[in-house]
Design a protein around this ligand. Structure first.
Ligand SMILES: [Zn+2]
Length: 192
């Protein structure tokens, strides 16, 4: 069966990608822009800051954004604590942050101790311990899942937190068998 020219045109339009713009070819300028967005690292703008980086939003944009968020719960709804500069998508969220409910500061998971454990000084201590032990578990010799264990618990011997001699390299499974792992360290709480 042969189609008329008119029917063939109809079919061709129907088969073109975007049904909303069937038959409409974007301008040369628009096509160039579309092409560039698909270049990835070859895009001349790749890696450059966006045009509005660091510039304040216009009052109109701010009103629009505000309106679109009306009725949504505030980002800090139901939370307490020091929220200034808190990164809500980072570490705190990923680790199931304790939503500002403070534990006594002598316990491992308190915000203060958590902050020390993320510090540069702590990182240096940890790497020094690994380095001394040759980057392997001192008990079983594996090089996987290494952790720096505090021989005298972190929580109860604050003065030994950064002592290299108080550290030893253990793999996670070996670390768990120590009698000071996690909450088991609380047996030392009388020392405080
Ligand atoms: Zn081990």
């Amino acid at each position: 069966m042969a189609h008329s020219q008119q029917t063939k045109d109809k079919i061709r339009k129907a088969l073109m990608g975007n049904k909303n713009s069937a038959g409409v070819i974007p301008s040369e300028k628009t096509r160039e822009l579309i092409r560039q967005t698909k270049l990835g690292s070859k895009n001349p703008n790749f890696g450059k800051p966006s045009h509005n980086r660091g510039k304040p939003m216009s009052a109109q944009s701010r009103r629009k954004l505000s309106a679109s968020r009306m009725g949504q719960p505030a980002w800090n709804r139901g939370r307490r604590g020091p929220f200034k500069n808190m990164n809500t998508t980072g570490l705190a969220k990923g680790r199931g942050w304790n939503r500002g409910i403070r534990k006594p500061e002598d316990q491992c998971s308190s915000p203060r101790n958590a902050r020390i454990r993320r510090s540069a000084e702590y990182d240096l201590w940890r790497r020094s311990v690994f380095y001394r032990d040759g980057f392997k578990c001192i008990w079983c010799g594996t090089k996987r899942e290494l952790q720096a264990d505090h021989i005298k618990p972190f929580a109860y011997f604050p003065e030994l937190r950064f002592a290299i001699d108080n550290g030893r390299t253990l793999c996670k499974p070996c670390h768990k068998t120590t009698d000071t792992y996690g909450h088991k360290a609380r047996r030392f709480s009388h020392l405080l």
